[in-house]
Design a protein. Structure first.
Lengths: 289, 199, 663
């Protein structure tokens, strides 16, 4: 089955490693993707602070285009895009006047959006669409010597998640568990890391990141697995500063679940963009090989 | 000269905006505004409420009573991390995060926001970039925002910038879509609509 | 218009109802319009027809003008149909010669165009005139009333009802699902606002139940089927086996001591799992009946058949009987009182509060047992991890006032939270924090109780805690449970470390409510509690005649209100019984026997199971006491031989004609 695929700006920028590893894993298990042609930025949550209708239009253009190509489902690995796309669908459904206005604007370029494209996330597809067996079959190198915690963050689970339990999600734990990694209990897995704020007002968000890192380190995790490029960046870029302020050694590599899956499938560090992680230590790199 | 010990005084009804609550409530996302019982669960679960000048609960109260000035000049909507914890925990199902976005939009429309705040600059710059190129190049965006905030800050972050460059996460050439004209057309149309509506 | 052989003489009255009707409908015009119609002898308008002078007007006219049909155009029949029917009766006329027209709720109160409203009123009145010509005299039926009463539920409501009825000389069956009566009140330590010991005030009543000759107490029993109708209910009750003979057992406890299990192993239900019991046990020291009971799910004899049965040999009175079987008993009663109580909200549904995650998070009911002298820790507050708390947080409104849990306010939680704050402070001298949204203290002496608590030095923080966590940020928080809350009155976010968390859980309908509603055929309100007939004027009766509800099964309430409702339902039941009979409305269906083909289409369609098939005659017949006159059967009957009193085809068709052509 072929899925339409919307990468989003982050996956081409800071989250490059996410796209690299995601595409390689899909290739390995035979998940066919078709990228939405000439997709535009969804606006993310920053655009929402500017104009509601334009934000809906930005997202709807992409959905209208893929609907035109016969698509009915789209995969959005970036969870800000996941939130925006779902929000668009919900708002167009719940507020008919917004739907009319949006389509009026899309009409200017001959597009129209029905509101019916289903928005899926890889954690939904890989676990619920029957890809688990294929993944297990492709695992060549079990990562049993590693311990990790899975961190889900906010916008995947709230407010529109239907494929997993928002208070106690499991999909990422299941996937990472397939590779043999010892997935530890992590009570903070749905707590906000403050990414949007920390990137702009770093001082305020430090404490949140510190607590997340500390708790993971306390449980003896070797790395943290994430699903969001913003979380990935936020959790790693201030680790040195945090360690200096709090005088604790809580540095940890932050990897994407697709990178972990890829490692277990025997893909190389370069293919998976492992070295793009800012907090990779030489010992950790050695252990991965 | 007698020194002013305090600048506080009585608040009269004419100083409040009686229509503010109705305005916010009529917009998509503001529906359940009046059902708030002021329990404070939203503030208690919000990861940044302890640094906000008015907590989310207080913002809802202030909107309801018409304290327009206080709400618009509050830093709170700009500190919202969009984590949706408040919305998910609210016993009255008030879409609090959406309310924050509503306020942000009204503030930008009214030209009523903290001018040099990085998060506001980020909003404006990302809008400009999307309108121009159709996509955002994160490293460029960060650079422009930091530049506008303070040159010193940009310098301080140069270490990080270098690391990003070395790990290949720094976009050297900004991403652009092919149908930039198409996008401009749609957005220009909606600009027309906004002008028509505001007349 | 052809009239039948008896001369029809109609009296028409249109009410002003002050300005309610007359302000919109031109009542004079309607009166003038109607007086011209065939058979109308008298046509009047009057300010208040329902008043005494108004009714006397009708009576006088009936006598003076020999009227035999009356049409009253006024408010909804729901309000005054009975009034006017009585008026006719007093004047010697069959009450079913009355027809009412609703020109208030259906005309004056819903239209603003006076002219059009008046036309509509004219049409409706004409329709009524047309119809009433064809009304037939009907007789109200009386059914006799059985003198006994069934009370379902042995908590304080059921107990009080039973004692009231028994003291009035009525025989009462008190059926309770658990092995003992007492309900939730028996589990409380002290009651607000007097801080009376709950067991001390309850157990005298429980003993009185045992001593009373008029009360038949069946515990460990459930109601499984109810048939019949008001005054004549036939109830089937299942008595589950105790394996101990209640008439012989004196509750000495020797059997429990000698049980094969030297140590108690199974969660004790009365102490909510905070302590353990053996398979043979006495629920609590003051249980009534004060007799042991064997749990066949955990007793070795029932699981393997290979127990030495030391309990049997230890019992000096030979009260243990492993051969007891489930019994079905059938009883006949005239009225039923439902007093099945409530259950508490289970906070496991909200994992953010840590119930079931952290050992030192308790529900309020568990704390009642903890501080009670006959509880799992003999009244000392020792937590699950063995420690004694130095700081306690009590969180109000768990499971209440929320779209995500229950929408309603559970009414008693603020008061019991204050009570627990007081008791916990006395027992532990800990720092106590009450986290509330509103402080609800409406009852007698309740606000004064709050005032007293304020002087005790308890922290009152207005703000609902969002989560209970053990992840600490500062040194003082280590090893404690931290509550993050917005102190809305001080406008600041606080993190409060405590040793123990008490969740003030709300009240919900008890588990069996749905099942019972089905068995009894009574309704449930939107929240799931039993539906009362009217929230203000009939709080203890239901829409099923003869079935009453009392206590928390009708809605969350405190003990004074529960007892009041229990007394009220006993009184209303007694009123029905002492009247000796019950009048049923004669708007029942009837079958034209000769033409019934026995197709049985009507039987399954009847929502009240009022129609039965006579095998010998091969025809159906209607049980008039069960029939509620809904009309479904007469609409269904393919041959049109199922008719309904007061809603005959002739009457309805003429009414429709009178509506369509009214000038």
């Amino acid at each position: 089955m072929k899925y339409f695929y919307y990468p989003g700006c982050s996956l081409r920028g800071m989250g490059k490693a996410y796209e690299e590893s995601w595409l390689k894993v899909c290739q390995k298990i035979g998940l066919q993707l078709e990228e939405v042609k000439d997709w535009n930025c969804c606006g993310s949550t920053t655009y929402l602070g500017f104009d509601e209708i334009k934000s809906l239009v930005l997202v709807s253009r992409n959905l209208a285009m893929l609907e035109k190509e016969g698509g009915s489902e789209v995969i959005t690995p970036c969870i800000a895009c996941y939130y925006l796309f779902n929000r668009t669908n919900h708002n167009l459904r719940d507020y008919p006047q917004l739907k009319t206005e949006t389509n009026k604007m899309l009409q200017e370029v001959g597009l129209t959006y029905s509101g019916n494209v289903k928005v899926r996330h890889p954690l939904d597809i890989l676990v619920n669409d029957g890809w688990m067996e294929k993944i297990s079959q492709n695992i060549e190198k079990r990562l049993e010597r590693f311990k990790a915690v899975c961190y889900y963050g906010c916008q995947l689970l709230r407010p529109y998640c239907e494929f997993d339990n928002p208070s106690n999600p499991k999909n990422m734990d299941i996937l990472v568990g397939l590779t043999g990694v010892d997935v530890l209990d992590y009570p903070l897995k749905t707590k906000c890391c403050g990414a949007i704020i920390t990137s702009n007002i770093p001082e305020k968000g430090l404490e949140l990141v510190y607590v997340l890192l500390k708790e993971a380190k306390k449980r003896n995790a070797d790395f943290i697995v994430v699903t969001c490029p913003l979380c990935q960046f936020n959790l790693e870029f201030q680790q040195e500063k945090i360690m200096k302020i709090y005088e604790e050694d809580i540095g940890l590599p932050i990897l994407y679940y697709t990178q972990v899956l890829g490692l277990a499938m025997g893909l190389s560090l370069k293919e998976l963009g492992i070295r793009r992680c800012l907090t990779l230590t030489p010992e950790f790199e050695r252990a991965l090989i | 000269m007698a020194q002013e010990l305090t600048t506080k005084s009585v608040l009269y009804e004419r100083q409040l905006d009686a229509n503010f609550a109705n305005l916010i409530q009529s917009m998509p996302g503001g529906e359940n505004l009046r059902r708030c019982i002021q329990c404070g669960t939203c503030s208690a679960t919000c990861p940044f409420s302890h640094v906000m000048d008015y907590t989310p609960r207080k913002i809802i109260y202030l909107i309801r009573e018409g304290f327009k000035e206080e709400v618009m000049s509050s830093f709170t909507p700009w500190l919202c991390a969009s984590c949706f914890s408040c919305r998910v925990r609210c016993p009255k199902e008030i879409k609090i995060t959406d309310l924050m976005y509503l306020i942000k939009r009204e503030a930008i429309k009214d030209n009523h926001y903290p001018q040099k705040a990085p998060i506001v600059l980020l909003t404006k710059e990302s809008v400009k970039m999307i309108h121009k190129n159709g996509r955002i190049s994160e490293s460029y965006l960060m650079g422009i925002v930091l530049l506008k905030v303070s040159f010193l800050k940009l310098l301080r972050m140069s270490g990080l910038g270098l690391k990003m460059l070395l790990t290949g996460r720094f976009t050297l050439i900004p991403e652009k879509i092919k149908s930039r004209g198409e996008l401009k057309k749609i957005l220009a149309f909606s600009n027309k609509k906004v002008e028509e509506n505001s007349k | 218009m052809k009239t039948n052989n008896k001369e029809i003489r109609i009296g028409f009255y249109i009410c002003h109802c002050g300005t309610n009707i007359a302000g919109v409908v031109d009542v004079d015009k309607v009166r003038e319009f109607i007086v011209k119609k065939d058979n109308v002898v008298v046509s009047r308008n009057y300010k208040y027809m329902c008043s005494d002078p108004g009714q006397e007007l009708i009576q006088k006219d009936i006598q003076e003008h020999r009227l035999n049909r009356i049409v009253v155009a006024s408010c909804s029949p729901l309000l005054h149909e009975k009034t006017f029917r009585n008026t006719l009766e007093k004047a010697g006329l069959n009450p079913f010669y009355l027809q009412m027209v609703n020109v208030r709720e259906h005309v004056a109160w819903v239209h603003s165009d006076n002219e059009k409203a008046t036309e509509k009123a004219k049409a409706l009145c004409n329709a009524a005139i047309n119809r009433v010509r064809h009304n037939k005299p009907l007789e109200k039926k009386r059914v006799s009333f059985h003198q006994d009463v069934l009370i379902i539920g042995g908590g304080i409501a059921g107990i009080h009802s039973a004692l009231t009825l028994a003291s009035g000389g009525k025989k009462v069956y008190l059926v309770e699902k658990k092995p003992t009566i007492g309900g939730h009140m028996a589990m409380f330590d002290k009651t607000f606002p007097t801080l009376d010991c709950a067991a001390c005030i309850l157990t005298p009543k429980m003993s009185a139940i045992k001593e009373n000759k008029n009360i038949i107490l069946w515990t460990n029993s459930e109601v499984i089927k109810i048939e019949g109708y008001v005054g004549n209910f036939k109830v089937t009750i299942k008595r589950n086996p105790r394996y101990v003979r209640e008439d012989l057992c004196i509750g000495c406890g020797q059997c429990v001591e000698n049980c094969f299990y030297k140590e108690a192993k199974f969660p004790d239900e009365f102490n909510l799992g905070l302590s353990k019991r053996k398979p043979i046990y006495i629920p609590f020291p003051q249980a009534i009946p004060n007799s042991a009971i064997i749990d066949d799910k955990t007793c070795i004899h029932f699981k393997t058949g290979k127990c030495k049965q030391m309990c049997l040999s230890a019992c000096e009175r030979n009260a243990i009987d492993f051969n007891q079987k489930e019994e079905l008993r059938e009883i006949q009663v005239g009225a039923i009182i439902v007093a099945t109580g409530f259950k508490t909200y289970d906070p496991i549904k909200e994992p953010e509060y840590g119930y079931g995650v952290y050992p030192n998070v308790y529900t309020s009911l568990e704390v009642e047992r903890l501080i009670n002298a006959s509880g799992p820790t003999a009244g000392e507050v020792i937590l699950r991890d063995g420690t004694k708390p130095k700081s306690i947080g009590i969180i109000h409104c768990i499971g209440s006032r929320s779209e995500k849990a229950n929408k309603w306010c559970s009414r008693v939680c603020c008061m019991y939270s204050l009570k627990l704050a007081y008791l916990l402070k006395k027992h532990t001298h800990a720092e106590i924090y009450n986290f509330y949204i509103d402080m609800r203290t409406p009852g007698k002496m309740y606000e004064e109780f709050y005032d007293r608590l304020l002087t005790e030095g308890v922290h009152f923080i207005r703000g609902k805690v969002a989560e209970v966590t053990d992840i600490s940020l500062v040194k003082e928080e280590e090893g404690k449970l931290i509550l993050r809350v917005e102190d809305t009155l001080a406008s600041v976010i606080r993190r409060i470390p405590v040793d123990m968390v008490v969740l003030s859980v709300g009240l919900e309908p008890s588990e069996d409510t749905q099942k019972l509603a089905h068995i009894l055929n009574i309704g449930l309100s939107a929240e799931g509690f039993f539906q009362e007939r009217h929230p203000k004027l009939a709080p203890v009766s239901t829409f099923s005649e003869g079935i009453f509800i009392a206590g928390c099964c009708q809605g969350p309430k405190d003990i004074p209100d529960t007892v009041a409702q229990a007394g009220a339902s006993a009184a209303e039941a007694m009123a029905m019984i002492d009247a000796g009979y019950f009048e049923i409305e004669p708007i029942t269906a009837y079958v034209l026997d000769e033409f019934c083909s026995g197709c049985k289409s009507c039987i399954n369609i009847c929502p009240y199971s009022a129609i039965s098939y006579d095998e010998s005659k091969k025809k159906v017949f209607v049980n008039e006491t069960l029939c509620k006159g809904c009309g479904t059967c007469s609409a269904t009957c393919p041959s049109g031989v199922m008719k309904q009193n007061l809603f005959e085809d002739e009457q309805i068709l003429n009414e429709i004609e009178g509506l369509l052509v009214y000038e």
